[in-house]
Design a protein around this ligand. Structure first.
Ligand SMILES: [Zn+2]
Ligand SMILES: [Zn+2]
Length: 136
């Protein structure tokens, strides 16, 4: 199945009307695994879809977040980054090539001294130099 069709099906599964622009945004997220920012998504999609506005990209991402299609992370940077994987995972940020890697991580929801707190999200960010950059 084409990625575009897969994206369309995924939207229908969560009851989002699959307009062309929404499908394009989701398709982009399925292709780019490097946790893009809304602006990066817009810059890339705008080239092939000139009718797409920045506001549409932001609104679409907000909708995806509400329907739990994407999760957000900041990796310690100012801009929010979007992530298709919503299951618990941590991030490793390479300080050299700036790639953000996913690794499996289980959200435990229990921490000493936070008894009775309602924890809604958690962000695990490790930093260092990735394998490839160490070889260079
Ligand atoms: Zn690297
Ligand atoms: Zn991630």
């Amino acid at each position: 199945m084409e990625l575009f069709e897969k994206a369309m099906k995924r939207l229908q599964d969560v009851d989002i009307k699959p307009s062309y622009q929404r499908v394009k945004v989701l398709e982009y997220l399925m292709r780019d695994q490097n946790h893009p920012t809304a602006d990066e998504i817009y810059q890339n999609l705008h080239k092939e879809t000139p009718t797409l506005s920045k506001a549409t990209v932001y609104n679409t991402l907000r909708l995806f977040e509400e329907r739990k299609l994407v999760s957000t992370m900041s990796a310690d940077r100012v801009e929010t980054r979007y992530d298709l994987l919503t299951e618990g995972h941590g991030h490793f940020v390479c300080t050299k090539c700036e790639t953000i890697f996913n690794f499996p991580y289980t959200f435990k929801n229990e921490y000493e001294d936070l008894d009775g707190f309602d924890i809604a999200s958690e962000e695990i960010v490790l930093k260092g130099i990735c394998k490839d950059c160490q070889k260079k």
